[in-house]
Design a protein around this ligand. Sequence first.
Ligand code: NAD
Ligand code: IPM
Ligand code: MN
Length: 343
Amino acid sequence: MTARIVCLPGDGIGPEVTAEAVRVLESLPVEVELESRPFGGVAIDATGDPLPDDTLAACRDADAVLLGAVGAPRFDRADIRPEQGLIRLRRELDVYANLRPARQGDVDLVIVRELVGGLYYGARGVRPDGTVFDTCEYTAAQVERIARRGFDLARSRRGRLTSVDKANVLATSRLWREVVDGVAADYPDVERDDQLVDSAAMRLVTHAHEFDVIVTENMFGDILSDVAAAVAGGLGVAASASLGDAGPGIFEPVHGSAPDIAGRGIANPTAMLRSLALLLEHALGEAALAARLEAAIDGALAAVPTPDAGGSASTSAFTDAVLERLATEEEPWKTEEPWRTRV
Ligand code: NAD
Ligand code: IPM
Ligand code: MN
C-alpha cells in the first residue's frame, strides 16, 4: 500500500533539510505519496495562521508527518508566532510520546518526553494587576500513558528507566512520581530510579552513558533533550519521533530553524535524516531499511561532516555521501548482530 506522507518544511533551515530527506526517501524502495504544505512562519505570511485548516486536514489524513522546523526572528515579538502552530499540531494529533534518542560512543539513551501537557498547554494570561502567568497541569491519565511508553521502551532496550521530576517542590511532580510508582509495579523486570531534574541535567553532562530511557514531563524533556544532544554530537544530529496511540506520528529534528546559518547551504541534515529513519521504522514498519539508512548516515558523518560536526561539507554534499552509501553498502539486516539498540 502507498503511504501518504505530508511534509511541513517550515522556516529557516527547515526547507533545506526537508529537501534532503525527500531526496533520500525517493531513493528508497518504499511506495510513498508526498505532499508539502505551508506551516509555521511561511504559513503566517500566506494566510495569517501558522497551522492553516488545509494543512491540519492533510496531516490528519496522512500516515506520517515529516516536519522541518519553524520559527524566525521577525516573529519574536509578534502575537501570532510560528511555534504556536507546532504546539497546536502536536495536541490535535495527540502525539503525546516524543522519543528523542541520543547515541554516540558509549552514550545510547532515549528521552521519552511527554508532549501534549504541562506548562505548554496550561492556562496562561495576564491578571488585572498586570501579573503574567503560565500554569503547569497534569492528570493522572496523562502521566500514566507516557510512563507506560517509557517502561515498554526500557523493556525492549537495556531494561533501565529513569523518571525525572521536581518532586521536592512541584505538585505535578509529586503526582508524576506516584503514578510512575503504580505503573512500575507492572514492570518488575525494569530497573527504575527517580532523579530530580536539576541533578539529572548535571548527570547527563557528566555520566550520559549511565542512562537508558529517561521519561519526563514536557518542559523538562525539552531542556534535557538539548543537553543530551550536546553530549551526543550536537543539535545537528538529534532526531525525534512524536507518537500517539493511533493516527499519524510527527517526525522532526530536535533543532529549530537555525536563523544564524539559514540560506547558506551548510545545515547538517543528519537530524532530519535520522528523523526519516524513525519514520521508516515507526510509521512504515521498515525497521531494516531504517537501520540501513542509519548506517549510511553514520558513514557520511565519519567521512564528510558538515561544519557543525567539525568538517566542511555542504548540506547537499553530505546527503550525496549518504545516498552513495545507501547504494553500495553491505546490507546490515543480513548480519546476525543486532544492528543497533531499539528505539
Ligand atoms: P536552533 O536549534 O534553531 O539553533 C541552535 C544552534 O544550533 C544554532 O547555532 C544553530 O545554527 C545550530 N543548529 C541547529 N540545527 C543545526 C543543523 N541542522 N546544522 C547545523 N547547526 C545547527 O535553536 P534557536 O536558535 O534557539 O531557535 C531558532 C528558532 O527555532 C526559534 O524561533 C525557535 O522557537 C525555533 N525552534 C523550532 C523548533 C521546531 O520547529 N521543532 C525546535 C527548536 C527551536
Ligand atoms: C522542540 C522545540 C519546541 C518545543 C518549540 C519550538 C515550541 O523547542 O521541539 O524542542 O519547545 O517543544
Ligand atoms: Mn526544544
